[in-house]
Design a protein around this ligand. Structure first.
Ligand code: GAP
Length: 495
């Protein structure tokens, strides 16, 4: 969907909007989620928790967002977490050098290229300044994206806002492993905020300075990279792998990918399958997905193998998750800096576990889900806008509407609303305006069902249940409502 449509809907229905917007000093790259946006975002994280954390037997933590300087010395972020920037000599505006060139040549330009190489590409492709059109730039420089803080009354304790949620998972590993009943693998997850001083935040939620991540770090024994007890469940499942340099693939089964060494082992193939299945549950069609294998220039400094999970939208391919084989890079780095032993001893073998990481952006997934769910239809002279969100991530499962407020209908509707709440369904009550307007209001924010209490309800204890997508309606007995809603929500039954 064109991004203006999404942005208009977002502002109209308070899905998301700029932070500190009443001030002219509001900062770029910071966004707020309104009541509806927050509800969808929370459900999206809940679905991730269910599918990729709990079902996989992993544990979840909630770590601090501010960590001491030592952590980022060890992680390599203070020396390596840099973006190449370039300044226009005419208007002095700053831009990301790799992005400017990529836009000009319509191809991917690795941010890790040497600055001299980026300088010569700018000249060769006659790149111009996006602000003033000028073609003269200063030399490309590396800019560190960490956001620093001085902690304590004297400000002498240097610390940083975390640029990725996973660092506390590495720091907590020894404690978590001690309480883990059994051998590796051990999966630890965390959802929360990360912070990066992006030079050019843009496309609303897609490149922010403060953003949500939901990350999973799986600690394993590298000698057991082909030992996965549940591999049978995914062995024939096809992954949309685009190995580095490849322009497309027909889909390759997990067992083929592991056998042909397209991925390093069954362990990697298994989790990539779970990732693809998770995004399918968010309503993203498989044909719009790919895992793009990154080459050595594109990979992050800590990764041996990276598969970026990307989705095709009107804005091009958008990266939602980085699947990184981080080896023992992190634990070995923290062990060295902290002078602590972070190795394990299993079966008489002492080793530092390797890590496979599934690092997802919450807000990017949120944006892409909205983009793919957006529908605009002409119905005669009327225009209908609705979001075809899967019931599990819709802001509410259904609306409850009394047809009129008199003759006991309002009270009966409240009774049904309260009962559905008792069953823990997320329901919204609305008694204002015409019934058509009430339907339109919830359609626009993606609520899949509406229950209307009318005069027949008072006679035979039935209600009208309406489906958002088809707009079909049927009569349902009040005593059967909760079970039917549960089946519809869990997609065990179609409307
Ligand atoms: N721990 C690994 C890591 O953070 P990453 O590729 O830098 O890897 C992972 O980030 C995901 O976080 C991305 O795939 C994207 O969805 C999200 N993300 C990264 N930077 C972002 C930004 N500036 N704004 C919004 N989301 C971002």
């Amino acid at each position: 969907m064109p991004k203006d449509e999404i942005n208009n809907l977002a502002l109209r229905r308070e899905l998301f909007f700029p932070s500190a917007e009443i001030y002219s000093s509001a900062l770029a790259g910071f966004w707020e989620f309104g009541p509806v946006g927050q509800a969808v975002r929370r459900r999206l994280v809940d679905l991730w928790r269910k599918e990729l954390v709990e079902k996989e037997g992993m544990v979840e933590i909630d770590g601090a967002q501010i960590l001491p300087e030592d952590v980022f010395k060890a992680s390599g972020h203070l020396s390596n977490f840099n973006d190449p920037i370039v300044q226009c000599k005419k208007c002095h505006s700053l831009s990301r050098a790799d992005k400017l060139i990529a836009e000009k040549i319509d191809d991917i330009v690795p941010e890790s290229l040497a600055t001299a190489e980026l300088d010569s590409m700018i000249k060769k492709h006659k790149v111009s300044c996006p602000k003033c059109g000028g073609k003269n730039f200063d030399k490309v420089k590396k800019f560190n994206m960490m956001m620093g803080l001085d902690i304590g009354a004297t400000g002498d304790q240097k610390a940083y806002l975390r640029p990725e949620t996973c660092q506390s998972i590495f720091l907590d590993f020894r404690r978590l492993y001690k309480n883990h009943r059994g051998d590796l693998p051990l999966g630890v997850a965390q959802a929360g905020k990360s912070f990066r001083n992006e030079i050019a935040p843009r496309n609303t939620l897609l490149r922010q300075r403060e953003f949500g991540q939901m990350e999973v770090e799986i600690f394993f024994d590298q000698d057991k990279i082909d030992e996965v007890p549940l591999f049978e469940e995914v062995k024939d499942y096809k992954l949309n792998l685009w190995p580095d340099g490849a322009k497309g693939t027909k889909g390759i089964s997990c067992s083929e990918a592991a056998k042909k060494k397209t991925v390093s082992g069954k362990f990697i193939a298994y989790y990539l399958a779970r990732v693809q299945q998770f995004y399918e549950k968010l309503g993203i069609p498989v044909k719009k997905m790919r895992f793009r294998g990154l080459d050595k220039d594109e990979k992050a400094f800590y990764a041996r193998e990276t598969w970026d999970f990307e989705v095709e939208t009107d804005l091009g391919w958008i990266e939602l998750m980085a699947c990184n084989y981080r080896t023992d890079y992190d634990l070995a780095g923290h062990a060295k800096q902290s002078k602590q032993d972070l190795s394990v001893n299993e079966g008489g073998k002492k080793f530092v576990p390797h890590i496979f990481e599934l690092s997802a952006g919450i807000d990017r997934a949120f944006y892409v889900v909205l983009d793919l769910a957006f529908r605009k239809e002409k119905r005669g002279k009327e225009e209908r806008i609705y979001l075809m969100l899967p019931p599990k991530i819709a802001p509410f499962l259904c609306g409850v509407f009394p047809l009129v407020k008199k003759d006991g209908l309002l009270e009966k509707a409240r009774e049904i609303f309260n009962e559905l709440n008792e069953y823990s369904f997320d329901v919204v009550f609305d008694e204002k305006g015409s019934i058509g307007k009430r339907y339109a209001r919830i359609d626009e924010i993606g609520v899949p069902y509406a229950i209307t209490i009318d005069y027949d309800t008072m006679k035979d204890n039935t209600v009208t249940l309406r489906d958002r997508d088809s707009m079909e309606q049927k009569r349902v007995k009040v005593e059967e409502l909760a079970e039917l809603l549960w089946k519809l929500q869990s997609e065990k039954e179609k409307f």
